[in-house]
Design a protein around this ligand. Sequence first.
Ligand code: 9MR
Length: 552
Amino acid sequence: TAEPHGPQARFNQLGFHPAASKLAMVEGAAGGRFQVTAEDSGEVVLEGALTPPRTWSPSGRDASIADLGALPAGRYRLHVEGRQIGDPLLVTGQPYASLADAALKGYYFNRSGTALDPAHAGRYARAAGHPDTRVRVHPSAATAARPAGTLLSAPGGWYDAGDYNKYVVNSAITMYTLLAAWEDFPDFFRGRELAIPESGNAVPDLLDEAWWNLRWMLEMQDPGDGGVYHKLTNLRFDGLVMPAEAREPRYVVQKSTAAALDFAAVMAMAARVYAPFEAQFPGVPARMRTAAVRAWDWAQAHPDVVYRQPEDVHTGAYGDASLDDEFAWAAAELYLLDGDEALLAEFGRHAAAPDVPSWARVGSLGWSSLARHRTRLPAALRERVSREVEGFATRLADVSQASPWRVAMQDADFVWGSSAQALNQALMLVQGYRLSQRRDLLDAAQSQLDYVLGRNPLGVSFVTGHGLRTPMHIHHRPSQADGVDEPVPGLLSGGPNPRQQDTVDCPVEYPSKLPALSWIDHDCSYASNEIAINWNAPLVYVAAAIESLTPA
Ligand code: 9MR
């Protein structure tokens, strides 16, 4: 297909470590050679051959690869067919450290039930909303001890996404990913200062921020029976207003097995992670441990309570009918808490092979926690966990290697939240790298991050405020209603999604139905341009991973 504007170059807009693998993609070139010049002197510093053009199915277009791996620190320009194309290219130390900070700070900006003050939020300061101290028990959640209409208090936590509701299932994978980032890269996070209210205390900012949501999650457990409410929500989504202007009644809705198991997994993991911080969080690890066990017990007694959206509730469902992966994840985390081998048998009974994690598919969270703590496993299982996790990472790397864009993303990966799909693939590649130290797995993870930060056919870095062309009109109520032109920074746009489930509400036409092109930078496009806590988490993880693991 003819390119109207001649060759285009796409690469990571935040740049590369000197020692990293560095790939640029060129669309619309007939192969041939490329040159790289130093930006200041204009001298050619690198020359090479473009790979022969090949069609990438998700974009339906041809692309060639320019391998820029040899470039040392500096600023460069790329030339193809005698013309300078694309943005300036940056090779520098720590290209993703401030990205990791901003992605984590994004959670502070989404805090529910608190004012954001100018000292920490700058021009995004706002008044408090959604106190959630008088939340009603919805009829779907009624028990004898807590009949419908009972008032309870479950303040704090993070807004899920562009909407103002709070969902246990989606919080769970988010907590896993952030706490895994801490467990895997403590040296990176120990030194980071995010300018959140807790900065400067004796706790790393990551764990302070995570506690904001964990504290809320603890209140989502019914103290009477140990069951966990699926969500805390309005009946309908709030209007496009700031939190303080949103005053619809709030409800806890139906207990579900998925919520109980996800909660059990998160609290077991958090009990482990916060144990060394007992002095700063007195009694908290023990409380988390008890909460985890009680939720697990509830799920044993109620193994198949699938969430069914009540007729009068119209907010996100996060409904999931297949629960083996939730059982497997919870069993893995509880084993790591207790060392009870019966839980390993439960893991074995429920676990399928690793796959790309998502809110509905959490089995790999169990696999990767076991891999991280494999010295605590019996030898045979230790060997199997390593083999499965490295094997899955290898399969992703093989797909990436065979892809014209050198990414593991294929047509079917362009789901609602495809940017996070790319990053969760990277997260699994990093798990494989941690087990094997195989450089090809780290390079493939880098390549996934490159995709999100601009090496994609849209030429967009999908993180607000981080890159040369970034989303300006995300579906995010505070960003839409605050009167500030720039959206809240550090938030990951969901990304291309060819199913376009928002066309009924969004009058703007998508430019294409092709998987990798089906994205609009418009605030009505919740199916392609919303943000969400579960999507930002692998951005935090992968940015920290590449910073930490790339050789100096
Ligand atoms: O991320 C969720 C996606 O996998 C689902 O297909 C979609 C429709 O159910 O919902 C997405 O999650 C949204 C949630 O339901 C409500 N808050 C915003 C979330 C991101 O769009």
